[in-house]
Design a binder for this molecule. Structure first.
Ligand SMILES: Cc1cc2nc3c(=O)[nH]c(=O)nc-3n(C[C@H](O)[C@H](O)[C@H](O)COP(=O)(O)O)c2cc1C
Length: 192
């Protein structure tokens, strides 16, 4: 499915799901709406902010709880150093320690799980997150940004790390890639 079609589907799906929550509340009370809405978690990892933009939009549309996944030790500022570290960690299946944890993960029925693609797969910290939080029985809807090379084996990795979750197809889109920006700026600086 092309990115534009996926994007339109997500935008269409968001108000529908939100409407579902309103309906759920209509026959009960405003209190119930808050309880229902509170059951949605938007958990995401984002190094340069692309995935974070989508996470914040989903949070607003769904009145969900937002949780930024962080490593205990941040990745290097330097792009190439991060690529190298991520490559080593993926190859060795290393699980970088998490900076913090979701309080009461059992309280959520639905989890929007956001990430960029790193080295044609999920970033190592996503495996750490899934190891530390049991998403069995929950609806999990991934949203993924990449630099133009697609999802690689990301969905297989997600499935392998939460085999008992109800894993939905991902919303994905190409987003600005730091490397492209760095290359363009380097060219510009060397041309001068
Ligand atoms: C370490 C690293 C590895 C990356 N590997 C890929 C890749 O394999 N394929 C791809 O299309 N983009 C790759 N990218 C680009 C990111 O997926 C893309 O820029 C993404 O939108 C970044 O999201 P963020 O701003 O939320 O961190 C990589 C970026 C980094 C930092």
């Amino acid at each position: 499915m092309d990115n534009e079609l996926q994007r339109r589907r997500l935008l269409k799906a968001l108000p529908l799901t939100a409407a579902g929550l309103v309906l759920a509340a209509a026959d009960t009370s405003a209190q119930q709406l808050r309880v229902e809405a509170g059951k949605i978690l938007v958990a995401y990892y984002s190094r340069t902010g692309n995935t974070a933009v989508i996470a914040r939009q989903i949070r607003r549309a769904m009145d969900a709880t937002l949780f930024e996944i962080k490593t205990e030790t941040p990745y290097p500022e330097d792009y190439q150093a991060t690529v190298e570290q991520a490559r080593r960690e993926t190859q060795s299946q290393y699980l970088p320690p998490l900076g913090h944890f979701v309080a009461d993960i059992d309280g959520y029925d639905m989890v929007y799980l956001g990430m960029p693609i790193w080295g044609m797969t999920a970033p190592p910290v996503i495996r750490s997150f899934l190891r530390a939080h049991d998403l069995s029985g929950k609806a999990v809807i991934p949203f993924i940004t990449h630099g133009g090379y697609g999802l690689g084996n990301c969905m297989d990795v997600l499935h392998a790390h939460m085999p008992s979750a109800d894993l939905h197809p991902a919303f994905s889109m190409e987003a600005d890639q730091e490397r492209r920006t760095l290359d363009k700026v380097s060219d510009w600086l060397t041309e001068k």
